[in-house]
Design a protein around this ligand. Structure first.
Ligand code: HPA
Ligand code: ZN
Length: 332
C-alpha cells in the first residue's frame, strides 16, 4: 500500500497518552506562557534527550516536561493539536489516555485538566470529524490509596471520562494491587484497560485479565512467552494495543525488524497498532503503520485487517463502528 493510501486508511487510535503528544516546540511555548523553566536549554537539546534506555528512563523526562501544563487552556491546546495531527493520519476515532495524578500532584485542578482536554477535543472534532473519548490512567507506581482518591475525584466526570486505565513504571508494580479500585471503576460504569506485558512478565497480563477484568490489554507483547496465555487471549479475542515504535525506543524490542507483531497475528491475536507517546517515540499512528510495513513486510490485507481491528477493539457504539468499518473498505 502506498504512503498516501496508508495515511488515508481510516483508523482508531486506542493507546495514546495525551501528555506524550507534547512536542518540544509546544513544551517551550507553554513554558514561556506559564513562566516555567524546563531543564533543557532549547528545543534541540530536549530533542537530543529523547534517547531512552528503558521505560523508567523515559518516564523521568515525560513527567519533567509535564511541568509546563498548568491551565485549562494548556490542556485544550495540547488536545486540539493532537487531534488535528491524528486526523491527517487517518484517525477517525481516538480513545485518549491522560494521567490525572501527574497533574493534581503538581497542584493543577482535575477540573482544569478534564475541561481543557474536552474543550480542545471538541474544537478539533468540529473541524476534522474525528471523534475522541477520554480514559483516565491511574499511576501504578503511586499508592493504591491515591488511586482510590483519584477515582473518587473522577466520579463527577463519568461519561466525559469513559474508562480507567493503569500506566507508569510497570516492573515491580503488579496489576493485582489495584483489584478493588478496578472493581469500583467497573461498578461506576467505566470501561477498564491496563498496561501489562510491556516490560513486565506474562503474569501481569494474567492478573490484568483475571483480577482487574480488563477489556483490553495495553501493549501485552510479552504474552508471546506464555502459550497458555496466547491461547486465552486469542480465544477471547481480547484486544492488545501494540505500540511498536514505543517498544523500540524503550528497548523492549531491539529492532523493529524483530518485533513480535507478525507472530502475534499468526497466533490469532486481536492486535491494534498505536503510537503511545508520539512526540517522544518518533511517529504518529500512520507513521507507525508505515514503519511496520517497511520493517516487517506487512502486506495490504494485513494492514487493512489491523485498521479493522482498531474499530472492533474500540468502545464506540456498534452503529458508528459499522460505518467506520465500511469506510476502511472504501477510503476516500
Ligand atoms: N508505559 C507506561 N506508562 C506510560 C507510557 C508507557 O509506554 N507512556 C506514558 N505513560
Ligand atoms: Zn502507554
Amino acid at each position: 500500500m502506498d504512503d498516501a493510501t496508508l495515511m488515508r486508511l481510516p483508523k482508531a487510535e486506542l493507546h495514546l497518552h495525551i501528555e506524550g503528544t507534547l512536542e518540544p516546540e509546544m513544551a517551550f511555548t507553554l513554558a514561556h506562557r506559564n513562566g516555567v523553566t524546563l531543564p533543557y536549554a532549547d528545543v534541540d537539546e530536549l530533542r537530543r534527550a529523547h534517547a531512552f534506555t528503558d521505560l523508567p528512563d523515559f518516564l523521568d523526562l515525560y513527567y519533567a516536561c509535564m511541568a509546563v501544563l498548568r491551565t485549562e487552556e494548556d490542556f485544550a491546546d495540547l488536545a486540539s493539536a493532537y487531534l488535528r495531527t491524528a486526523a491527517t493520519q487517518g484517525v477517525r476515532h481516538a480513545e485518549i489516555f491522560f494521567d490525572p495524578q501527574a497533574h493534581t500532584s503538581r497542584g493543577v485542578p482535575l477540573s482544569a485538566v478534564i475541561t481543557g482536554l474536552r474543550r480542545g477535543l471538541d474544537a478539533a472534532s468540529a473541524g476534522t470529524g474525528t471523534h475522541a473519548e477520554l480514559i483516565a490512567c491511574l499511576l501504578r507506581d503511586r499508592p493504591v490509596a491515591e488511586a482510590h482518591a483519584t477515582l473518587d475525584a473522577l466520579e463527577p466526570y463519568v461519561g466525559t471520562v469513559i474508562g480507567v486505565g493503569l500506566d507508569s513504571a510497570e516492573v515491580g508494580y503488579p496489576p493485582g494491587q489495584f483489584a478493588e479500585v478496578f472493581t469500583r471503576a467497573r461498578e461506576a460504569g467505566l470501561h477498564v484497560v491496563a498496561h501489562a506485558g510491556e516490560e513486565g512478565p506474562p503474569s501481569y497480563i494474567w492478573e490484568a485479565l483475571d483480577v482487574l477484568g480488563v477489556e483490553r490489554v495495553d501493549h501485552g507483547i510479552r504474552c508471546m512467552e506464555d502459550t497458555a496465555l496466547v491461547r486465552r487471549l486469542a480465544a477471547d479475542r481480547t484486544p492488545l494495543t501494540a505500540c511498536p515504535l514505543s517498544n523500540v525506543r524503550l528497548r523492549a524490542v531491539d529492532d523493529l525488524r524483530e518485533h513480535p507483531l507478525p507472530a502475534m497475528l499468526e497466533a490469532g491475536l486481536m492486535v491494534t497498532l498505536n503510537s503511545d507517546d508520539p512526540a517522544y517515540f518518533g511517529g504518529y499512528v500512520a507513521d507507525t503503520y508505515r514503519e511496520v510495513r517497511d520493517a516487517l513486510g506487512i502486506d495490504d490485507a494485513t494492514l487493512i485487517g489491523l485498521a479493522r481491528n482498531s474499530f472492533r477493539a474500540s468502545f464506540i457504539d456498534d452503529q458508528r463502528a459499522q460505518a467506520l468499518l465500511a469506510a476502511v473498505d472504501d477510503p476516500r
